[in-house]
Write a protein that binds this ligand. Structure first.
Ligand code: ZN
Length: 336
C-alpha cells in the first residue's frame, strides 16, 4: 500500500467512526439523568388547611360561684363563635364541670403561687424536687376530678430548659416557652401578644388604637404561618369578665374571631394538634414511577393527610383518597 492510499484509508475509517458517534443513541447514563425524580410535599396540617389555630385561656378557676358563672359565659361565647379552646386550669382551684368535647382542660402549675416569695411566678427559685411535687400533685388533682391531662403551661412561664425532661415524663406536650429552647414538636410555642390583656382590652383605649393593635396581632399571625408554627393565641380567664361586659372590647374580640373564621385554618385544641403532629412524624412513604403514573405507598393511612405533587402523572396510593384537585401547577390530594 502506497502512502497516498494509506492516508485515504485512515481518513475513511475516521469518518466512519465520526458518523457512527453522531448517529449513536444516547447512553443509558444520559437517560437516567434526564429522568425527573417524582416528589411529594406533605402539609403540616390536615385537610389542606393553611395552618392550625388554637385559642388558649390561662388561669381557669372554678372555686367560687362567680368563677363558675364566668366559665359558663366564656364557653357560651366561644361556642357561638365556633372556636375550640384549650384552658390551662389552676388545679388547686378547679372543680368538675361538664365541658363539651371542643374544650380541652390542660394543667397550669399547681396553685399559681410561689411558696417562697408569694408571687404568681410559681416555680421561680424552687428546687427540682419542689417543682416535681407541685406538677405531680396538680396533675393528680385534675385526674381525680375526671379530667385527662395531656399538656401543661407554667404559671408566668416560670420554668427553665433544664425542666424539659421532667415535663416529658408527665405530659404529651408543654407550652411554657414562647421561644422554645430546642426545635421539637414537644414544646408548642405561643404568640406572646395577649388577646384579652392587651389587644382587645379597650376599656381605656380609643378606636384608632383598637384597629392598630389588631393589625399588629394579624401581622404576627401571618409571620408565624410563614414559619410553619401553629397559631397559638394567649388570653386570660379573668380578663374575659370585663372584655365581654365592655362593648368596644367585645366588638374587638368579635371581629378578631370573625376574621379567623374567614381564613382556611384548622381550628383545634393543643391536645389534638400534639396528637396530629405525633402521627405525622411517623409517616413515611415510597414512590414508584411507571409510564403512566406515580404509585405512592404510605406506611400507614393517616386520615386527612394532605400532600401535593408537581408531577403531571396519574396519582395512585395504597390509602383511599377523599379529594384530588389538579391545576396547571400541581395536584393536591387529601386522604380519606
Ligand atoms: Zn397564669
Amino acid at each position: 500500500m502506497t502512502k497516498k492510499y494509506s492516508i485515504l484509508f485512515t481518513t475513511l475509517i475516521l469518518s466512519l467512526i465520526l458518523l457512527l458517534a453522531i448517529n449513536n443513541p444516547p447512553t443509558p447514563t444520559a437517560l437516567i439523568t434526564r429522568q425527573i425524580t417524582p416528589e411529594i410535599t406533605i402539609k403540616h396540617t390536615p385537610n389542606n388547611t393553611v395552618n392550625a389555630f388554637i385559642l388558649t385561656i390561662d388561669d381557669l378557676s372554678l372555686n367560687i360561684a362567680a368563677q363558675v358563672r364566668l366559665t359558663g359565659k366564656i364557653v357560651e361565647y366561644l361556642e357561638n363563635k365556633s372556636i375550640p379552646t384549650t384552658f390551662f386550669a389552676i388545679p388547686a382551684y378547679l372543680r368538675p364541670y361538664n365541658f363539651s368535647k371542643d374544650i380541652e382542660i390542660a394543667q397550669h402549675g399547681y396553685d399559681h403561687i410561689n411558696p417562697k416569695d408569694n408571687s404568681h411566678r410559681e416555680f421561680i427559685n424552687l428546687t427540682d424536687k419542689e417543682i416535681e411535687d407541685r406538677l405531680t400533685e396538680g396533675k393528680h388533682i385534675l385526674e381525680k376530678q375526671g379530667y385527662i391531662v395531656y399538656g401543661h403551661r407554667a404559671p408566668c412561664f416560670s420554668l427553665k430548659e433544664k425542666h424539659i425532661p421532667l415535663l416529658k415524663t408527665l405530659y404529651v406536650y408543654d407550652s411554657s416557652f414562647h421561644v422554645p429552647p430546642n426545635q421539637t414538636d414537644y414544646l408548642i410555642p405561643y404568640i406572646w401578644l395577649d388577646l384579652t390583656g392587651n389587644i382587645c382590652n379597650l376599656t381605656t383605649s380609643n378606636k384608632t388604637l383598637k384597629d392598630s393593635k389588631q393589625q399588629q396581632l394579624f401581622t404576627v399571625i401571618d409571620n408565624w404561618t410563614a414559619s410553619g408554627k401553629p397559631i397559638v393565641i394567649l388570653s386570660h380567664f379573668f380578663d374575659y369578665e370585663k372584655i365581654l361586659a365592655h362593648n368596644q372590647s367585645k366588638e374587638c374580640l368579635n371581629s378578631f374571631f370573625d376574621e379567623i373564621n374567614k381564613r382556611n385554618y384548622w381550628k383545634t385544641t393543643m391536645k389534638d394538634y400534639a396528637i396530629w403532629k405525633s402521627h405525622l412524624n411517623t409517616i413515611n412513604y415510597t414512590i414508584n414511577e411507571t409510564q403512566t403514573g406515580l404509585i405512592i405507598t404510605f406506611n400507614t393511612c393517616l386520615s386527612a393527610l394532605t400532600f401535593e405533587t408537581h408531577s403531571k402523572k396519574q396519582i395512585k396510593t395504597n390509602c383511599p383518597i377523599r379529594m384530588k384537585h389538579k391545576n396547571s401547577q400541581k395536584t393536591t390530594c387529601i386522604l380519606k
